[in-house]
Design a protein around this ligand. Sequence first.
Ligand SMILES: Nc1ncnc2c1ncn2[C@@H]1O[C@H](COP(=O)(O)OP(=O)(O)OP(=O)(O)O)[C@@H](O)[C@H]1O
Ligand SMILES: [Mg+2]
Length: 320
Amino acid sequence: MDADPHQLTEKLFIHHPRMRQAQRMMERCRTWSQGAQEPYCLLVIGPTGVGKTTLIKDYLKNNPRIDTDVATTIPVLDAIIPAPASMKGMAVELLTKLGDPMAQRGTLNQQTWRLRKLLQACGVQLIVLDEFNHFIDRDNERVLRTVADWLKVLIDTTGIPVVLVGTPNSRSVLDANEQLRRRFGTQERLEPFRWEGDGRDHFRRFLKEVDERLPLPERSDLDGPDMAFRFFCASAGTIAPVMKIVRKAAHLALDAGMARLELPLLARAFAEDPGDPDGPNPFVGALPGKVVAPSAPPQPAVSKRLKGKGGNEMPSFAAS
Ligand SMILES: Nc1ncnc2c1ncn2[C@@H]1O[C@H](COP(=O)(O)OP(=O)(O)OP(=O)(O)O)[C@@H](O)[C@H]1O
Ligand SMILES: [Mg+2]
């Protein structure tokens, strides 16, 4: 192996079908908006840890900026919406991303004017804004209307489509602003994997790919039915905790010279950051029990941190 396996572990990335679908929608916004009457905008929502930011990073990797001696072309401009969102904050963030050395300078009108010029000069075809939820004031849950209006005007004056990415509550920003809502009629949801129906197969396929890409000499059978269920109990189907456990266990395995991820190693990785310190460890003892019906009360297996975030029914299990 030529690259450092620890680094490979951190870089481990799975291009799963839900992500591909969201990226297809982003691409559609970009291509359909060329010369369109109105730009095709998109809202991508999903609970924390499902991979929204990862999705953006991967899309950008495939649409990189091109620097030459004479010009910079930025087909896709990305930015993180500052918290709390403000017009000036947004303008500075976008100007900085476009390479304006004096992004902070000038009045808001001057900054907005420069932003429009630079967007045009850099050939920006799509703007992707992460953390759309920052359009809601955390302290009082109010929607920040002026910045929403500013964004609407930016879309209208430039004709550049915008993809807004955020947690599900950010939809209330659109509910509070009819004009913005009209521009973001198309919405894509990224959800945690489910244990019911084909969700289980999708989850196991994801684990299989993770297993195949781990820089270890042997496969760890992460997608076996028992192991997959343990992972589901530990994550409620959300990618972030799955990857945290796998990455940590892989680092431990590499340090110990082990060929694969064994159950005790996964148990140790989970125990180091269990979310709910009082909850059971799904990688210890007998296999977790059956999946409970959606109406049954959630069991303590899944960390408090994850409960209810993905709208997933929680599996119960009795660790022994
Ligand atoms: N497709 C993927 N392949 C590998 N790892 C992934 C994938 N998607 C997400 N992850 C991992 O899950 C973690 C959380 O991902 P990410 O930050 O993209 O989530 P998010 O939806 O943006 O969360 P938040 O709403 O809290 O910002 C990261 O460690 C990331 O590496
Ligand atoms: Mg994110």
